[in-house]
Design a protein around this ligand. Structure first.
Ligand SMILES: Nc1ncnc2c1ncn2[C@@H]1O[C@H](COP(=O)(O)OP(=O)(O)OP(=O)(O)O)[C@@H](O)[C@H]1O
Length: 251
């Protein structure tokens, strides 16, 4: 499979603190890659770099390259809005806008110039279907997004990210604040989205990583220790550090 996203010697700093220490990783289309590792090892920092979300953090800077479709996203002429259209992101806590369900999903397409109501209606329905939320909300599209449960809000945030047709979806512990039923709905949604997207997910939940990802990257203290097929990482990792982490977490 062709890689659509690749990092090369990526280093990320907060002031003097080097949080990510020269990571090379590649991601292909139609795949789910899990980023795992102990708290503070740099998973979220690495993830946020992939659509330049760290730009928003004062004192943060990065070196190295991130290639998407052959373009270096760290190039000074990169249009960050266009970049974030291609690479969507969903955070740990659902963060819908204080607007209707419809307006949340229509926000991105409207921002990018879609005005036609029929077209917007189509995008909203399609995005909500892909996020496995349509059947639950189709009769209340114009009610507040905040009237939804936490799990529904998170699927709404996924629909919102999908509405601008990204190629890549970044998920930062998207189910860690949810109950088991909502978690399994999010996991089912991720598995369906894999058919169309490249997905990178940070998770603390080893079982979740094993259930949904094809490849897993193990980070420790800012370094990428091991990257391989998920089954290999969880059954027979090559690096003793990975083994120690996995057995501690599973044992
Ligand atoms: N906004 C920030 N400002 C300064 N330092 C930060 C910031 N965010 C993260 N760091 C530091 O960068 C390092 C990596 O943190 P990061 O949140 O990326 O790790 P993580 O593996 O995602 O952790 P967790 O699993 O707890 O979310 C840590 O030393 C952390 O203190």
């Amino acid at each position: 499979m062709t890689d659509i996203l690749r990092t090369e010697d990526l280093k990320i700093y907060y002031g003097q603190n080097e949080a990510v220490k020269g990571v090379d990783l590649s991601f292909s289309g139609n795949s789910v890659t899990a980023l795992i590792g102990p708290s503070g090892c740099g998973k979220s920092t690495f993830l946020r770099a992939l659509n330049r979300m760290n730009d928003e953090i004062p004192g943060s800077r990065m070196t190295g390259n991130i290639w998407i479709d052959g373009n270096n996203i760290n190039a000074p002429d990169t249009d960050v809005t266009v970049l974030r259209q291609k690479i969507g992101m969903v955070w740990q806590r659902p963060n819908p806008f204080y607007k209707s369900i419809y307006a949340n999903v229509a926000f991105g397409p409207r921002y990018h110039g879609v005005k036609n109501k029929a077209e917007l209606d189509g995008i909203v329905e399609d995005s909500l279907r892909k996020a496995a939320l349509w059947d639950e909300v189709k009769d209340r599209l114009h009610t507040s997004a905040l009237s939804l449960s936490g799990g529904q809000q998170q699927r709404l945030c996924i629909a919102r990210a999908l509405s601008v047709q990204p190629k890549i979806l970044l998920l930062d512990e998207p189910a860690s604040a949810l109950d088991p039923v909502s978690t399994s709905k999010i996991e089912e949604t991720i598995l369906q989205l894999k058919e169309q997207l490249c997905i990178v997910i940070v998770t603390h939940n080893m079982q979740q990583a094993a259930r949904i990802s094809g490849h897993t990257a193990y980070f420790y203290m800012g370094k990428l220790i091991e990257y391989d097929e998920t089954e290999k990482i969880f059954t027979n990792p090559s690096d003793p550090m990975t083994q120690e982490y996995i057995s501690g977490r599973f044992g």
